[in-house]
Design a binder for this molecule. Structure first.
Ligand code: 5AD
Length: 438
């Protein structure tokens, strides 16, 4: 994972460069023609996104030098565990020992973890996941921004508040100028280095429009763009990649094809999977995952969701609770518990300890005020901040009472950074500009 601080190019081999962050080496894919050893760059999500003059890089690194190591040490202190002294069932310690030693776990083992009920056992699971996160991925934490371009949607997802089922919400669609100015302020004013552009499947937006926007963004700003426009079709994925998009956020929602059919009548899971696979083959970074707590879902389904996320080569795992929206067919279904989401995060970490970026979703934060803290201490290492203009956020009501809807972007950033620093984590996508104190 890359840091949102300048790194120094220390080796170049074809399109892959090695980047040095205070002695820590990361690799990134380079699309710049004239990059040389010794240049300073910003890398994001494994891509070089910008070169920086040495004076500027050195002044930013001077601010960071001490903090960088202090944060790492703090995280290391908070990530210690002692399984031997935990006093839990033998089977649990055996499974967690296997996880720590990276010996293969059986499907039954994972299921046992998802089925855990008593607090000591669950806490030990969470701590083990956090230990693995620290061991393999250190203290870096992704902070992507997300901009919701339109809440028009042609899909009939039974759970979603912006689906065709909801005739009550006012609909909106941002125009090109609004989108570009929102991106400009996110990147140039607030320092985001990775942005997700998301939209309902809005028939008024076509691929050419999105490509034009992405080209325009890429010509003006150094930022990694993820698209999240639903099922655009495979040809569109090609065009959007050509235009400069490098990531796809598309949840498969559930890995159970029957459940998928029930929740999305007339649509098939395999179409979604095909999109994700094709995007990965084209070179997109993949963010995917599903809903936890949907009617009819079992822990075995949830385990299959986690395993499918890994199989799809996901760079980032996104699992959140299904939250019933009153104006949808599933409006009266009960909400799952925080523990079920934490277990999903922790098991995801154990399934993919070395590579996974695991998101604490806004839906999780909506059902639990402590979600970000507890998620980050249970294996997660990513958050996404809402960059949508404040007057539109309420209308993007995929579920009710979404967390952070009322908070300005500055407040969201300040709160995120102070939480991350208190846990010894370093934000990776939120450049800390020269004038912001760390
Ligand atoms: N509760 C939680 N998440 C939801 N999403 C849609 N509706 C809901 C809901 N009621 C999620 C879906 C979709 C993402 C954009 O929002 O998983 O992929």
């Amino acid at each position: 994972m890359c840091y949102a601080i300048p790194g120094k190019v220390s080796a170049i081999e074809d399109n892959i460069v090695t980047v040095d962050y205070f002695g820590e080496k990361k690799r990134a894919y380079n699309e710049f023609d004239n990059l040389k050893i010794g240049d300073y760059i910003y890398a994001q999500g494994g891509f070089v996104i910008k070169t920086i003059p040495p004076e500027e890089a050195n002044s930013i690194l001077a601010v960071w030098r001490e903090t960088f190591f202090e944060l790492q040490e703090h995280d290391l202190r908070l990530s210690r565990i002692d399984i031997e002294k935990s006093g839990v069932e033998k089977r649990l310690t055996l499974i967690l020992d296997k996880a720590i030693e990276e010996r293969p776990l059986r499907k039954d083992d994972f299921l046992y973890l998802l089925n855990l009920r008593d607090s000591d056992s669950k806490n030990l699971l969470y701590k083990t996941a956090n230990f693995l996160r620290q061991k393999y991925l250190d203290n870096s934490c992704c902070v992507h921004g997300i901009i919701e371009l339109s809440n028009y949607c042609a899909r009939n997802c039974y759970y979603c508040g912006i689906s065709v089922h909801n005739s009550k919400i006012p609909r909106y669609r941002m125009d090109k100028t609004e989108i570009l100015s929102t991106v400009e302020s996110a990147v140039e004013k607030y320092g985001f280095k990775a942005l997700v552009l998301q939209s309902g499947e809005d028939p008024a937006f076509d691929t050419d429009f999105f490509c034009d926007i992405i080209r325009e963004i890429k010509s003006r700003h150094a930022v990694l763009i993820f698209i999240s426009f639903g099922e655009t079709g495979l040809k569109s994925l090609e065009k959007l990649y050509e235009a400069g998009a490098r990531g796809l956020l598309l949840r498969f929602e559930t890995s159970n094809p029957d459940l998928y059919r029930k929740l999305h009548p007339g649509y098939e899971l395999h179409t979604r999977i095909e999109h994700i696979n094709y995007a990965r083959e084209l070179g997109y970074l993949i963010i995917t995952g599903g809903l936890t707590g949907i009617p009819g879902q079992t822990n075995r389904d949830i385990l299959n969701d986690i395993l499918l996320t890994k199989e799809l080569g996901a760079e980032m795992y996104s699992f959140g609770p299904f939250i019933p929206h009153p104006d949808t067919p599933l409006g009266t279904h009960p909400i799952t518990t925080s523990e079920n989401i934490l277990k999903t995060i922790a098991v995801s970490r154990i399934v993919d300890p070395q590579n996974a970026k695991i998101l604490v979703t806004t839906a999780f934060e909506t059902i639990d005020k402590e979600a970000r803290l507890s998620g980050l201490m249970s294996g997660a290492n990513s958050v996404m901040l809402n960059v949508t203009p404040e007057n539109l956020r309420e209308k993007y009501s995929i579920y009710p009472n979404r967390a952070h809807n009322e908070e300005s972007l500055q407040i969201q950033i300040d709160d995120t950074l102070s939480l991350l620093y208190s846990l010894g984590r370093a934000p990776t996508d939120l450049g800390v500009s020269g004038n912001r104190q760390v």
